[in-house]
Design a protein around this ligand. Structure first.
Ligand SMILES: *Cc1c(COP(=O)(O)O)cnc(C)c1O
Length: 506
């Protein structure tokens, strides 16, 4: 019989499972190592049961990250789960598969290297690691140049839009580079290239443009940025480069918008990152960074491991990691080819369009995402005086859907949006069901009293108490007062949510 812990204190918390009582007769401590072993079936069952309460990854429309792969690829991944990627001498084939992937991606992004040259790039855990590496390369290159010129090299900065993904803020803080963010404005949610170039100075290590803004999926105008920055560099004697964060758009643009110039076709673009686990169609744990040429990756950042006489250069933040994701990426590349990726991305776009049209037809939403971009629909409420997007996000959850609501970064904080990311595994029939669930939620919310108005009444009463000290006399508010109260409450909510910034979206 399982002995259930009666103590409520964390130190004594235990893991309990009724199934496990078939195998185990004692309770397991939750935060300390158990005294003795338990049967493998019990361990499996206990963990399996507890995990049932996690969300269903396929219904998580908040994330760009792949949640479905073909069973053949699942099989390959399980077969390679015990291989440590860094043991390049033991796993020369895995190393080779990674190099093939780097070359395929560099070609896809139009890197200018000859038929007999190899691309410069590396597989990473995700775009975050890729961006740390690219940022370090820029910082080191800039420092070397400043040192050679006898100029100060202690105040590097990086120019981005305020819509950057949190990993850029991490890079800036961890590697001590000032982040200069171009502010957004209501109706314009990406980096304005004109303002970005204005911010560039002699200490700018690079301008980072995003191909597929995390917030709205919109592509930033890298071509205009390249042209404006070329002119500024010439005028000021700088050589400020561009990095493109193509975490989500890197596997969209080459297939759907081959004419769009955003990659190495633009001379100032020196490095590009892409998440293999987003539209690269691999489970979480793989990203890529490629450089334009060897010259763009300072040699001193590369560590040379000498196994079996072969020189294996490495440039990553950590040492050991699994091989499965690299192998899975290679599987997707050879399995799908250009045609396969194009079909899948086209299908995602068609589903996004269907969803966008359906939401538009409901009449209460304004669509913020563009028709060209990453397949997602970002939308806000036309009228937020009664209910908010946060309430919608909460309500739609009971149908199983996970949809994030968030407020835009500075200076567009008054806009709050919902975002639905369309992945390959989000089929047309699921999209139709989602639309009908949205309709149900909106109908339900309309029938409910506005929680905001109630809250405002409470706040106003509480303020009256504090200020006037006349007890809780509920005076009836005029229409104007109610509206002002609603706006005030709404702004406060947005600011509170804003402090949390982009939490829950990735
Ligand atoms: C997702 C994302 C990142 C972070 O990528 P990971 O692969 O999750 O580390 C960076 N930038 C953008 C634009 C993203 O969408």
């Amino acid at each position: 019989m399982v002995v259930f812990s009666t103590s409520q204190s964390d130190a004594n918390a235990s893991v309990q499972s009724t199934f496990a009582s078939r195998y185990a007769t004692h309770c397991l401590p939750k935060y300390r190592l158990g005294e003795s072993s338990i049967p493998k079936d019990a361990a499996y069952q206990i963990i399996h049961d507890e995990l049932m309460l996690d969300g269903n990854p396929r219904l998580d429309l908040a994330s760009f990250v792949t949640t479905w792969m073909e069973p053949e690829c699942d099989k390959l991944m399980v077969e390679s789960v015990s291989k440590n990627y860094i043991d390049m001498d033991a796993n020369p084939v895995t190393t080779d598969l990674q190099n093939r992937c780097v070359n395929m991606i560099a070609h896809l992004f139009n890197a200018p290297f000859g038929e007999h040259e190899t691309a410069v790039g590396v597989g990473t855990v995700g775009s975050s690691e890729a961006i740390m590496l690219a940022g370090l390369a820029f910082k080191r290159k800039w420092q070397n140049k400043r040192k050679a010129e006898g100029k100060p090299f202690d105040k590097p900065n990086l120019v981005t839009g305020a819509n950057v993904q949190v990993c850029w803020e991490k890079f800036a803080r961890y590697f001590e580079v000032e982040l200069k963010e171009v502010k957004l404005s209501v109706g314009y949610y990406v980096m304005d290239p004109v303002k970005a170039v204005e911010m560039v100075d002699e200490n700018t290590i690079c301008v980072a443009a995003i191909l597929g803004s995390t917030l709205t999926g919109e592509f930033e105008d890298v071509k205009t940025l390249n042209d404006l920055l070329t002119a500024k560099n010439k005028e000021m004697g700088y050589d400020t480069p561009i990095h493109v964060d193509a975490a989500s758009g890197g596997f969209i643009a080459p297939f759907l918008y081959p004419e769009l110039e955003w990659d190495f076709r633009l001379p100032l673009v020196k490095s590009i990152n892409v998440s293999g686990h987003k539209y690269g169609l691999v489970y979480a744990g793989v990203g890529w960074v490629v450089w334009r040429s060897k010259d763009d990756l300072p040699d001193e950042l590369i560590f040379h491991i000498n196994y079996l006489g072969a020189d294996q250069p490495t440039f990553t933040l950590n040492f050991s990691k699994g091989s499965s994701q690299i192998i899975a990426q290679y599987y997707q590349f050879i399995r799908l080819g250009f045609e396969g990726y194009k079909n899948i991305m086209g299908n995602c776009m068609a589903n996004a369009e269907m969803l966008r049209k359906g939401l538009e037809k409901m009449g209460c939403f304004e669509i913020l995402s563009k028709e060209v971009g990453v397949p997602l629909v970002a939308f806000s409420l036309k009228d937020s005086s009664k209910h908010t997007v946060f309430e919608i996000a909460n309500s739609i959850r009971k149908f199983g859907w996970i949809i994030p609501a968030y407020i835009m970064p500075a200076d567009a904080q008054e806009v709050a949006v919902l975002r639905v990311v369309i992945r390959e595994e989000f089929s047309r029939s699921l999209a139709e069901r989602l639309l009908s669930d949205f309709e149900k939620v909106m109908k339900e919310l309309e029938e409910l009293p506005s929680r905001i108005a109630q809250k405002v009444a409470q706040i106003t009463a509480a303020e009256g108490e504090v200020k006037g000290g006349e007890g809780v006399v509920h005076k009836k508010m005029s229409v104007k007062e109610t509206e002002d109260g609603v706006t005030k409450h709404w702004k406060r909510r947005l600011l509170d949510a804003g402090r949390k910034k982009t939490s829950g979206i990735c």
